[in-house]
Design a protein around this ligand. Structure first.
Ligand code: FAD
Length: 402
């Protein structure tokens, strides 16, 4: 049996696809869908998010976006939701990236030239053309880039649908906190939490930390054979899939760190925008994502603050200040929700998907800014359906430096 630790969009997607393929699966999470996936805006926007240094991430994003329509249709059906457009708020009207000041316009032109070189399908628009598409944009918007193939989805609906689909497939969800990974005894008495023979039967907490190095540094740890829970008996597993997002490094030796993002949800009687609008306002970026029910998501800060999830006045001020420059009408809207989430960042911004250096432990973590976008691809990699992505995301790339 596979035990998946972490029930965010990544862990739940992997669980659902594995269960659908007939594999026995259990998910462990004390509070499923409460992590970064609860905060996320849900942009499926590999083209408009492209940066000069992240060509591999672009390839992954494009491959995963291609999978989204079928993934959403099957998920909506399995969860009993019907049409994914209404059930998951999956929309595909594209992203409009706009520039506010003269410097922002220069940066946008450079980005357009780079996208052109990559052969990405984007259209360069004047300020007037932008406002024709989105009449609520400020008159001062100077120009834009339309990425017509980009899409977006409501991540909260996606995780709710995944939980419903898993329930319908009778996949056990253990609402417990995993405190450690159990190792097969490799010939030495376990240390750490001590004798657990009565609880797991074959595992101990002793030895090196499992992870990329595989516990080969002269320690005792063998194969990962299960999960220790805080308030319940241990669970044995043939394979543990670590999908604990920003908290993954608490359980294994993986280069994953929390990257804080503050984001707000505003409520409007009618949708203010017809598509996602991203913008650069004097160098700072902000995005606005419309939901079908009139909600407008405004995000997001990127802060290296450890596990701090406080929502700060300064963070919200910056978001609203920049959003108002692009779409002045946002200040009229009711504030529905403000949250801070922790993105699981890695040193190269690519996720870690696949076998770790320790037998019995597989990783599905480190999705940083794109876990919603990359969820279908992640499940496909673990099902052996995506060899190029499997190579790009292989945890082995960090093995020498762990
Ligand atoms: P999480 O959703 O954080 O889930 C991890 C789960 O693990 C949690 O449910 C937690 O309870 C559980 N867990 C942790 N420790 C343990 C333990 N010891 N035992 C058991 N369970 C445990 N991505 C996009 O693609 N598009 C976007 O537009 C986008 N916008 C974002 C905006 C913000 C403000 C933020 C913060 C992120 C955004 N992201 C976006 C990134 C995206 O949210 C993440 O990449 C994605 O949610 C990661 O999913 P996950 O399942 O790995 O982690």
């Amino acid at each position: 049996m596979d035990v998946i630790v972490g029930g965010g969009v990544v862990g739940l997607s992997v669980a659902w696809r594995l269960a659908r393929a007939g594999r026995p699966v259990t998910v462990v999470d004390p509070a499923p869908a409460s992590g970064a996936s609860h905060a996320a805006a849900g942009m499926l926007a590999p083209v408009s998010e492209v940066t000069y240094t992240e060509a591999p991430l672009l390839r992954l994003g494009v491959a995963s976006l291609r999978r989204w329509p079928a993934f959403a249709a099957e998920l909506a059906a399995d969860a009993g939701l019907g049409d994914p457009r209404t059930g998951l708020d999956l929309r595909s009207e594209g992203t409009l990236d706009v520039a506010f000041g003269a410097d922002d316009l220069v940066a946008l032109d450079e980005l357009a030239a780079y996208m052109d070189k990559l052969g990405l399908p984007v259209e360069r628009l004047t300020g007037r053309e932008c406002r024709r598409l989105e009449p609520m944009l400020a008159p001062s918007v100077r120009g834009g880039l339309l990425a017509p193939g980009d899409a977006w989805v409501d991540p909260r609906r996606v995780t709710a649908a995944l939980l419903a689909a898993l329930e319908r497939l009778d996949v056990p969800l253990v609402r417990e906190h995993a405190t450690g990974l159990l190792r097969e005894d490799a010939g030495r008495d376990g240390t750490g939490d001590g004798d657990d023979g009565d609880r797991a039967g074959r595992g101990s907490m002793g030895g090196d930390r499992p992870g990329l190095s595989g516990g080969t540094g002269g320690g005792s740890g063998g194969r990962v054979v299960g999960v220790r829970l805080r308030d319940a008996p241990d669970i044995s597993a043939d394979r543990v899939i670590l999908a604990a997002g920003a908290w993954s490094a608490e359980l294994a030796d993986v280069p994953v760190r929390p990257v804080k993002g503050q984001i707000m949800r505003l409520r409007s009687p009618q949708p203010l925008l017809g598509r996602c609008v991203r913008g650069t306002v004097h160098g700072a970026s902000v995005y606005l994502v419309p939901r079908g029910d009139g909600e407008l998501v405004v995000g997001a800060t990127q802060e290296e603050m450890g596990f701090d999830t406080r929502v700060t006045a300064g963070g919200l001020y910056e978001l609203l200040r920049d959003a108002r420059e692009l779409v002045p009408g946002v200040t009229e809207l009711e504030v529905a929700d403000v949250v801070a989430g922790l993105r699981p960042g890695t040193p190269d911004n690519l996720p870690l998907i696949g076998p770790s250096g320790t037998p019995g432990l597989t990783l599905a973590t480190g999705h940083h800014r794109g876990g919603v976008l990359l969820a279908p691809l992640t499940a496909a990699v673990l099902l052996g359906e995506e060899s190029e992505a499997a190579t790009l995301c292989s945890p082995a790339r960090f093995r020498d430096i762990s």
